[in-house]
Ligand binder design. Structure first.
Ligand SMILES: [Zn+2]
Length: 223
């Protein structure tokens, strides 16, 4: 069995793909690891299942308008993180369900990006976890292994690809802890790009300097 990657700076990691539910999920859970990867030249892509079209505090804007704003914010955050490709699948926010259509979409993204590492939600979480996060975690893992690997599964969704590892965040039993102190200010800058989701940038900055320095993952071998 191949040795697990030692962390985001492992030079064997050439490509990674983050599969998440909403704009700002990446900044919250794994932006430091993404920065440590792009800093050494790895290519990282993002896939968002929804555009967070219900993420507004009042009903004055249409869902389409909220989605447009949040996609733009995610693209600005990606820019800060050194990420060029952001795919929006545009499913309705808070309505994701586990089905084969979503799995095929994720398979297509995995086969396009050809990642060594897939970042996604740990689906093994206690109650009171956003249902979209649970669905994305389960479907992304099923897409990475075995669906994307097997040529007879979703043959129209691109050429097969074997992903080495999944790094799952938000769970209760992390096995990999990463100190992202070196890139913390850029991580916070990326989070602040989501200005529609930020009431007070100053207090967010203060809080994140204290709490956002360590990122935790459950590292899963998929080979
Ligand atoms: Zn989310």
């Amino acid at each position: 069995m191949p040795k697990l990657f030692s962390g985001p700076e492992d030079r064997r990691i050439k490509r990674a793909l983050c599969i998440v539910a909403h704009p700002d999920d990446i900044e919250f859970y794994c932006a430091g690891a993404v920065l440590l990867m792009t800093r050494h030249g790895a290519v990282v892509d993002f896939v968002l299942a929804t555009s967070g079209d219900k993420g507004a505090r009042d009903a004055s804007k249409s869902r389409a308008k909220v989605a447009r704003i949040r996609e733009r914010e995610q693209e600005m955050a990606a820019d800060v993180l050194g990420v060029k490709r952001v795919a929006f699948l545009r499913h309705p926010d808070a309505e994701l369900v586990e089905n084969l259509e979503l799995r095929e979409e994720f398979v297509r993204e995995i086969r396009t990006s050809k990642p060594d590492v897939v970042f996604t939600f740990d689906p093994n979480v206690p109650y009171r976890f956003h249902p979209d996060h649970r669905v994305v975690g389960r479907v992304a893992l099923d897409a990475a292994w075995p669906s994307a690997r097997d040529p007879l599964t979703f043959p129209k969704a691109g050429r097969p690809h074997e992903t080495a590892e999944a790094w799952c965040f938000g769970g209760v039993q992390p096995t990999l802890e990463i100190d992202v102190g070196d890139v913390l200010s850029k991580k916070i800058e990326a989070r602040l790009a989501h200005s529609s989701q930020t009431r007070s940038p100053a207090s967010l900055m203060r809080r994140w300097r204290a709490i956002a320095r360590v990122e935790k993952f459950h590292q899963v071998n998929l080979r």
